[in-house]
Ligand binder design. Structure first.
Ligand code: XIL
Length: 330
C-alpha cells in the first residue's frame, strides 16, 4: 500500500507529515483523524495555529500552553512526537494586540526586544523537549525581497532576527534540550531575489556565531506555476552549502480557479511530484510536511478567494492523483 511516511523513512528521510489545526475541530472529525492518526501515512506534524504568539501569550507575560499541548498529546499518541515541528515564535501575523496595538510609539527598541526575548524564552521552555524544531522567525522577507516592515523591524531593524535566534538558542540550552532552530518562509523555494535575501538572513545570524540549523521551504504553490525540481534543488543548495538542513514545511498546490479538470489535476500531481523529488534528491532535506492533507480543512479558500483543492485528498477523503504522484516521487 502507498504509505507516504513509511516510504519516506525507507528512502532515508525522517518524515512525511501533515499539519494539524485543533482550532478547526479536526481532532473531533473521526474520518479525518483515521487518516491523520495513521503513522504509516504521516510521521510528523505541525500545529497550524495553537503555538502562535497570539494564543500562547495573549496578555504580556501571561502564558497558555494548553492548546499547543493538545497537538503534542495527539502526536505522542500516534508516533509523530519525534518530529514535532513547533511553529512559530516570531511572525508578523497572529500577534496579540498588546504587541501590535500599543499606543503610538510606546515601545522602544529595548522594551520590544525584552518582550520578544521573554516570549521566545518562556515559549521554548513551556513546550520544552516536546519540540523537534522551532520555526524561530517566520516570513521576515517581503515579496520585494526586502526586510519585511514588521513591528519588530520597525523598532530593531534586521537585528531582531539574530536576537530572536540567540534567545531561542539560550532557552534551548537552559533546558538541556536539542531543538533545531529554523527560518521558515515562502517564495524562497526557487532561485531569485527573495531566496538570495534569505541566504543573507542566514549569514546575518551566523556572523555573530548564533545557531541556525535549517531553513523551511513553505512550498505553498500554484498549479502550473510550481518551480521545477531542479530549481527547488538549486535553492536548497544555496542553504545546504552553508551547512543547513532543509525542510518542506507547508506544502500545498492550489488551483486559482475551480473546479479542476482531469488535465489540471494531472498538472497538480506533477507539481507535487517535482517538489517531493527536490527533497528526496537533496540529502540534507530532512522531511516533507503538507499544510493539511484534506481540502475540507485547507487554509487556501479562506485566504485566497475562489481558490482551492490544494491538498492530496478531496474533502470526502478520497485521494487525488497527486497522492499517488507523491508516493512515486518518494
Ligand atoms: C495559516 C493557518 O493555516 C490559518 O488557519 C491561519 O488563519 C493563518 O495562518 N504561512 C505560515 C502558516 O507560516 O503559519 C500559515 O498558517 C500559512 C502561511
Amino acid at each position: 500500500a502507498p504509505f507516504l511516511h513509511s516510504a519516506a523513512v525507507a528512502h532515508g528521510k525522517a518524515w512525511f507529515g501533515s499539519e494539524l489545526d485543533t482550532f478547526s475541530g479536526e481532532q473531533y472529525d473521526q474520518a479525518f483523524m483515521t487518516v491523520w492518526n495513521d503513522s504509516r501515512i504521516f510521521g510528523s506534524t505541525t500545529p497550524g495555529n495553537t503555538m502562535k504568539w497570539e494564543f500562547v501569550e495573549p496578555q504580556q507575560n501571561t502564558f497558555n500552553f494548553s492548546q499547543g499541548m493538545q497537538t503534542v498529546a495527539l502526536s505522542k499518541a500516534t508516533g509523530k512526537d519525534a518530529h514535532l515541528r513547533c511553529h512559530n515564535l516570531v511572525w508578523h501575523e497572529e500577534l496579540p494586540s498588546w504587541v501590535v496595538y500599543q499606543p503610538y510609539d510606546s515601545w522602544t527598541n529595548i522594551t520590544l526586544a525584552a518582550a520578544m526575548i521573554n516570549h521566545i524564552t518562556k515559549t521554548v521552555r513551556g513546550f520544552g523537549s516536546n519540540c523537534y524544531s522551532w520555526d524561530v522567525v517566520n516570513e521576515a522577507i517581503d515579496d520585494n525581497a526586502q526586510w519585511r516592515n514588521t513591528i519588530f523591524y520597525q523598532y530593531m531593524g534586521k537585528y531582531y532576527i539574530p536576537i530572536a535566534f540567540a534567545a531561542a538558542q539560550a532557552a534551548v540550552k537552559s533546558i538541556g534540550a536539542d531543538i533545531k532552530l529554523v527560518y521558515n518562509d515562502y517564495n524562497i523555494e526557487f532561485p531569485g531575489a527573495k531566496q538570495q535575501k534569505a541566504v543573507e538572513l542566514v549569514q546575518l545570524i551566523k556572523q555573530y556565531g548564533i545557531k541556525i540549523d535549517g531553513v523551511g521551504f513553505e512550498s505553498h504553490f500554484v498549479f502550473g506555476e510550481t518551480p521545477g525540481a531542479s530549481a527547488q534543488m538549486q535553492a536548497m543548495q544555496s542553504f545546504t552549502s552553508l551547512g543547513l538542513n532543509m525542510y518542506q514545511t507547508e506544502l500545498d498546490v492550489r488551483f486559482p480557479s475551480l473546479p479542476p479538470t482531469p488535465a489540471t489535476l494531472a498538472q497538480q500531481a506533477s507539481d507535487y511530484y517535482n517538489t517531493i523529488q527536490a527533497c528526496m534528491k537533496t540529502p540534507a532535506c530532512q522531511g516533507m510536511t503538507v499544510w493539511d492533507f484534506d481540502d475540507a480543512y485547507s487554509w487556501v479558500p479562506s485566504t485566497f478567494a475562489g481558490q482551492g483543492d490544494a491538498c492530496l485528498y478531496w474533502a470526502n477523503l478520497t485521494r487525488k492523483p497527486a497522492y499517488e504522484a507523491v508516493y512515486q516521487a518518494i
